[in-house]
Design a protein around this ligand. Sequence first.
Ligand SMILES: O=C[C@H](O)COP(=O)(O)O
Length: 263
Amino acid sequence: MTSRKPLMAGNWKMNLDHLQGTHLVQKLDWTLRDGKHDYGAVEVVVVPPFTDLRSVQTLVEGDRLLMGYGAQDLSPHDSGAHTGDISGAFLAKLGCSYAVVGHSERRDGHGETDEVVASKAAAAFRHGIVPIVCVGEGLEVRGAGEHVAHVVGQVEGSLAGITPEQAARVVIAYEPVWAIGTGEVATPEDAQEVCAAIRATLAQLYSTETAEAVRIIYGGSVKPGNIASIMAGADVDGALVGGASLQAEDFASICRYQQHLTA
Ligand SMILES: O=C[C@H](O)COP(=O)(O)O
């Protein structure tokens, strides 16, 4: 029996300005409360654009909401002449608990390598922020049957320099690129296969104890109708949700995935 607390993180990507974001957080909180969501059993986190974070902080702190929030990226640098970068120090001051690093949309669209991702993960830890480190293969790699080796390589590269103490707190998101925003979700077996391989890699890099502590979540076309079967995988500890996290009812339903099992 695992003691890992499931994590449902809603990555809004470049959607919703701060007014729309405030509205969604309020509606999500209300929907979760209405469904008697047990935050102690399933952690809920929203990941808005940078420009929404101050508004989300004000709402979460002011109304003592139980959901957490994080950023979609951060700078590998802490301060200085890095135009357009956002420091982990600033995010920590805004109360961010998490920062997504190495999302495939940044690896592909901004040329981020494993080395860059590792430096961002290290920056997050310097400021007490937990990095959600994204890995995942493209369609070609999957077609060649090299997805496990590819993802394992990304995990090793993206965690370079991360200490065992930090590694135990990291979140790894397995997101097959071909499943992101396509409606083509990985099968529960696909998700479990790669998440188990990630955990085995963590055991080799660090220790079995560390590997057992790490939450490994799945992302890619997660919806209310498929979350329960994905979560059935022994090594799947939650989800990084894109499109479906923009609708309060859908994301709340995903957060309450356990109810789908008994429904
Ligand atoms: O960060 C989230 C993932 O990219 C998944 O996005 P999606 O749920 O829209 O497929």
